[in-house]
Unconditional design. Structure first.
Lengths: 336, 178, 426
């Protein structure tokens, strides 16, 4: 399915020189794995001016005026959905939230039918969060609208990966050569996977730390090192990205108890104080205070958890802005 | 076979800027509340030069700003590839201030229109004026420039290239006729 | 009298150690004579098969026809037609139908449907336990009396070792094998593909090789304990192959099969979340695929079986997690086997025919698998060099779920003869 865009009916440039345009991201953002380092840099760079928009009194620009965007969330999520909604509204798009639960089978309407309905309504963009890995690609392959993955099963959560990268870049000025340890339930974490792709592509050194029962098979093949104990990860890293312990996904007790998890793997004040340098603390949220991270760490001076949230809106605005350049032109009403 | 004609050399540009700087101060009755906002990219450099000239002549401080109008373009929905968005930085409040938009070339007027829309999202200036280095005619909207460096009549196939030292290594204005 | 004379083909019959150009005469549904330059009786249909290969009809010990219960996916009739289009003259149909084929009436139904269709012979496999629920033994004796040739709870593993032991012992009475789908359910629960680097990348829950190997080991031990015959379905891992090799060295009554997709594809095929690469047991790593090939070469794996599993397009057109397991296979099995095993030089053609016909008949003790005089005239004529492209739209199966659409294969069935009648001609 190829999407041909209208030719550049350029606004006759009143300023001199050729217009500087940016390379395309394609129709969908399904993950960070398919992106090149240049494309990831592009998104991060594009997020900068959007940070400024969020600081204005009137937090709105008309860039996506008239576009319809559906937030299709099959899994409950407040923060990600709100973040996307702000991003969309600040770009002046029209947004609709569709919340659903359960798998296609239990719901009675398949994802294919949902996709076709959306396309019949001429939606420009769909932001989808779904419990099945591969569902974002599944949708993107079947509809002409742009599809943005807001988290598909255990596969990827690309905008989270991007905002984590942006936050690190803000703090350190670069990604290349940074040592980042991703700590916790890596097995079930799409945030971990997206971070691994983004960080390795931009030249960071990545380690994963957590109980062996929560480590995916052959994870080293993705270019990461395994550090079994949290104390060693703290010694090694410039930044820790602490993952939420996925209570809802742990059907078969991968760890004996939350108490033990905190005792053995929790990022506590005591452990953090032993760090040889000022360790940056990140967490995608929502936090289980007292489990994977203690409150005094989460609220402490090294935490960039709140800047992550701010950057989230800017990054999502950047992604929407960049993808919308390739939106299908419904006005022409037909195949292109 | 396109022909390239110089319209202004570096000295002519300097003279034009000097003249426009004093015109601005004259029309605004001084520099009180004045903010020069350059349109990205070359307008920003020109605005900086004007501001410095005005400050040197009047001995006070002139407000400065940079504006990127990409997100306000009226053709964003139809062009394909995304243009790069540069920095927008304006003084905290525009209410009651006198803004002079500075750009290198005025042609259809759509850039200025986009800038006006963007200002509306920042506050309510007392007055907005427009200063351009080159007015090449061909307006598509009812927009005019209050301060003009030079005027030239052009057709849709022509192009006016402005080069500024800070970006291009030299100062020049050239007309490329198709 | 009906007679067919196949002239001038390369007749490959491992049961008689025959591999050479000869004529084959079939009269009244039986093989009459295999010799050079046979002068046919009057009225015989003479078919020139020079340049082709003539072999005993292929036998598939493991297919799923969805009748009764899901006739929209496949029926005994359409399945039997797909079978002969693939060169198969006999197939064994697994009992995970709806309702489950766990009694003599159900077995008899399959037999009659097959007779009506009059294409490939369909031998029912009866369930081990009632409803395949794993708790109560089905009536092996009655089912065998009605035509069942083996018992299996395939689709599911026999979880209880005690039940598996009982089944093996009881099956000895009737001389039938117990076919087990080897999967340790607590290890495989929730898994949708092989546990490895690909499942990690795709974020899908994996099924470790150990889930299969643990049950293979258990079944081998129980075969030794009981003296019964266990037939291990669709083997997929190198660990399993090694366990079976050692069991055979000990002389145990263990037989095993492998599918064409397990000797052709690996878990990389799941990239992009293609549900046509989703099956159980899952596609494994390259080393496993190579071990399966080696097992077919040295006889550790006795036969090639397709595990033909029709599914509706809509069912496969969903998220990977939710899609059902399995692919069709009857019409591509021979082509894949010739392309991947014979043309690569791994197996000779006689060795392949052994794996796809001779040995199958032997281990399940069913007629066929041979061109000896007096035996049923179940014959396949194939062109081992003809290239073709797989097009599911032209298949005889009702379902289209295959990962091989568009694949170019070398080797194809040209004619299939069952009981002396030509039931398929390309």
């Amino acid at each position: 399915m190829s999407l041909s865009l209208k030719s550049t009916a350029a606004m006759p440039s009143s300023s001199s020189g050729p217009e500087v345009t940016v390379p395309s991201l394609g129709k969908d953002l399904v993950g960070l794995e398919p992106l090149s380092a240049e494309q990831i840099q592009l998104i991060l760079d594009t997020a900068e001016p959007f940070k400024e928009v969020s600081e204005r009194q009137i937090k709105k620009v008309p860039a996506l005026r008239g576009k319809t965007i559906v937030n299709l969330f099959f899994e409950a999520s407040t923060r990600t959905r709100i973040s996307f909604e702000f991003a969309e509204k600040r770009l002046s798009a029209d947004t609709v939230n569709v919340a659903s639960s359960g798998s296609s089978v239990s719901k009675g309407e398949t994802l294919v039918d949902t996709a076709r309905n959306l396309e019949a309504m001429r939606i420009d963009m769909v932001v989808i969060r779904h419990g099945s890995s591969g569902s974002a690609k599944f949708l993107g392959d079947r509809i002409r609208s742009n599809v943005i993955n807001a988290g598909d099963g255990k596969h990827e959560h690309p905008t989270q990966g991007l905002l984590d990268l942006l936050t690190l870049r803000d703090k350190f000025g670069k990604i290349n050569g940074l040592k980042v340890a991703i700590c916790g339930d890596v097995l079930h974490s799409r945030v971990a996977r997206s971070n691994i792709w983004g960080l390795t592509k931009l030249g960071a050194e990545v380690a994963v730390c957590g109980p062996a029962t929560l480590m995916p098979r052959d994870i080293e093949s993705l270019g990461v090192t395994i550090i079994p104990r949290i104390e060693d990860a703290i010694q090694w890293a410039d930044a820790l990205n602490i993952l939420r312990l996925q209570l809802e996904r742990m059907t078969a007790g991968f760890i004996p108890s939350l108490r033990e998890y905190n005792r053995v793997f929790g990022v506590t004040r005591d452990r953090l104080d032993k760090a040889p340098r000022d360790l940056v603390i990140m967490h995608p949220g929502p936090m289980n205070r007292g489990v994977e991270i203690d409150s005094d760490v989460a609220d402490g001076e090294h935490s960039v958890i709140l800047p992550q949230v701010t950057n989230g809106v800017a990054v999502r605005m950047a992604v929407l802005y960049l993808l919308a350049g390739g939106s299908p032109d419904w006005a022409e009403g037909g195949e292109r | 076979m396109p022909t390239r004609t110089p319209l202004l050399d570096d000295r002519a540009i300097a003279r034009a800027l000097t003249r426009m700087a004093s015109e601005i101060v004259e029309k605004c009755h001084g520099i009180d509340g004045l903010v020069l906002v350059g349109i990205q990219r070359r307008g920003v450099e020109l605005a900086e030069r004007l501001a410095r000239q005005i400050e040197a002549a009047e001995g006070g401080k002139v407000g400065r700003g940079k504006l990127d109008i990409t997100l306000y373009r009226d053709d964003l929905q139809t062009i394909g590839p995304r243009p790069v968005v540069s920095e927008t930085r304006l003084p905290p409040s525009l209410d009651g201030r006198t803004i002079v938009i500075v750009d290198d070339v005025l042609y259809t007027g759509r850039t200025i229109r986009a800038a006006l829309d963007e200002f509306a999202d920042f506050g309510r200036p007392r007055r907005i004026l427009c200063c351009v280095l080159v007015d090449r005619g061909g307006r598509e909207l009812p927009i005019h420039a209050d301060f003009v460096g030079t005027s030239v009549n052009t057709g849709p196939q022509d192009r006016v290239d402005v080069f500024v030292t800070e970006i291009d290594g030299r100062d020049a204005v050239e007309l490329v006729r198709a | 009298m009906s007679a067919i004379l196949l002239k001038g083909g390369r007749v490959v019959d491992p049961s008689q150690d025959h591999d050479g150009v000869a004529d084959l005469l079939l009269i009244d549904g039986k093989v009459e004579k295999l010799a050079r330059n046979i002068g046919g009786p009057d009225g015989a249909e003479i078919v020139d098969v020079s340049g082709k290969v003539v072999a005993p009809g292929l036998i598939d010990l493991h297919v799923h026809f969805r009748e009764p219960g899901q006739e929209d996916l496949e029926t005994v009739a359409t399945g039997a037609m797909a079978a002969v289009a693939g060169g198969f003259t006999s197939v064994c149909a697994m009992p995970n139908t709806d309702p489950v084929t766990d009694n003599q009436a159900a077995v008899g139904f399959i037999v009659r449907q097959a007779q009506r269709a009059a294409k490939a012979k369909v031998y029912p496999i009866g369930a081990i336990t009632l409803g395949q629920r794993g708790d109560k033994l089905a009536e092996f004796g009655e089912m065998v009396g009605a035509g069942a040739v083996a018992v299996s709870d395939d689709g599911k593993p026999v979880v209880s070792s005690h039940m598996m032991r009982t089944a093996l012992e009881y099956a000895r009475t009737f001389g039938i094998p117990v076919a087990d789908h080897c999967e340790e359910p607590t290890l495989s629960a929730g898994g949708v593909m092989h546990e490895g680097i690909i499942s990690t990348r795709l974020g899908l829950k994996g099924i470790p090789a150990a889930a299969e190997e643990i049950m293979v080991a258990r079944d081998i031990i129980l075969a030794e304990l009981t003296g019964g015959h266990v037939h291990l379905c669709h083997m997929s891992t190198r660990g399993s192959v090694e366990l079976i090799r050692r069991a055979k060295e000990k002389g145990l009554k263990v037989t095993a099969e492998a599918t064409p997709h397990h000797f052709t594809l690996t878990h990389e095929r799941c990239e992009g979340y293609d549900t046509n690469a989703k099956m159980n047991p899952p596609l494994r790593e390259a080393a496993d695929r190579d071990a399966v090939r080696q097992g077919l070469k040295d006889g550790t794996l006795d036969v090639i079986s397709t595990d033909h599993a029709p599914h509706h397009y809509d069912a496969k057109e969903r998220e990977f997690d939710d899609a059902p397991n399995g692919i069709i296979g009857l019409e591509t099995s021979l082509g894949l086997a010739l392309t991947e095993l014979v043309h690569t030089g791994l197996l000779t053609l006689p060795e392949l025919i052994t794996r796809m016909s001779t040995q199958a008949a032997r281990i399940f003790n069913i007629p066929g698998g041979t061109l000896r005089t007096g035996h049923p005239a179940d014959v396949v004529v194939l062109d081992p060099d003809r290239t073709w492209v797989v097009d599911p739209a032209t298949s005889f199966s009702k379902s289209r779920n295959t990962p091989f659409a568009g694949t170019k294969l070398k080797g194809r069935v040209e004619m299939t003869i069952v009981r002396g009648s030509i039931v398929f001609r390309d």
